[in-house]
Design a protein around this ligand. Structure first.
Ligand SMILES: [Zn+2]
Length: 226
């Protein structure tokens, strides 16, 4: 069976992270977010990651080359062989090109790209209304009611930085940064768009069907060598 290699894209508030985590768990795949992978590499004293951390501590950003090296190292390990769900990578076309190369090296299944799309007004509603636990800081379920944290019972409060203008600016920054990456992938037969404005179970169901279909399409293309 072909490996399940999935990229989840989508703006903040689209529920992409939640769906990525769920899908990875249900299919027993590695879920890789750039934050996690950096932290893991730093824990393992990976010299590239330590260098990146030193730069970030001085207020710098992690450059493409560093991010690619860290992701590459992680994706070529044996536990990533059955596949992975990437969340937050690639962020640039340079990273996307490098990922194609890594996929070629792994030689295990096509790359499936899913874009979770939600109308801006719905994102603003979700993000500006986002609540966190005042005790443990966990994000409250945006679809759940209640005033208490399901983890620790703490009081749920509105996130202070989440007013409408800040949310709109965040979305603008995301769109600007991600558009070239989406354009890079859009024409591929393994590119899919899911309507993230639906109930999470509905999104999950559509995602599952879409990804399975895209993997089959991609695998057939790889077999015929087109
Ligand atoms: Zn809590």
């Amino acid at each position: 069976m072909a490996g399940l290699n999935v990229i989840m894209m989508g703006p903040p508030g689209a529920g992409k992270g939640t769906q990525a985590t769920r899908f990875a768990r249900e299919r027993a795949l590695l879920k890789i977010s750039t934050g996690d992978i950096l932290r893991e590499a730093i824990r393992e004293q990976n010299p590239i990651a330590l260098d990146a951390k030193a730069r970030m501590d001085r207020g710098g950003l992690v450059d493409d080359e560093t991010m690619i090296a860290i992701v590459r190292e992680r994706l070529l390990r044996p536990d990533a062989a059955p596949g992975f769900v990437l969340d937050g990578f690639p962020r640039t076309v340079t990273q996307a090109r490098a990922l194609d190369q890594i996929i070629g090296e792994r030689d295990n299944g096509p790359l499936v790209i899913v874009d979770v799309v939600v109308p801006e007004e719905e994102l603003v509603r979700r993000l500006a209304g986002r609540r966190i636990c005042s005790k443990c800081g966990v994000n409250a379920d945006p679809f759940g009611g209640g005033s208490e944290c399901i983890k620790c019972g703490g009081e749920l409060v509105q996130r202070v930085d989440d007013n409408k203008d800040i949310v709109l600016e965040r979305l603008k920054v995301y769109t600007r940064a991600t558009r070239p990456v989406l354009e890079y992938y859009r024409e591929r037969p393994t590119f899919r768009v899911v309507n993230g404005a639906q109930a999470p179970e509905r999104v999950a169901h559509e995602l599952d069907t879409m990804i399975d279909d895209a993997v089959n399409v991609g695998a057939a293309i790889l077999r015929t060598g087109q």
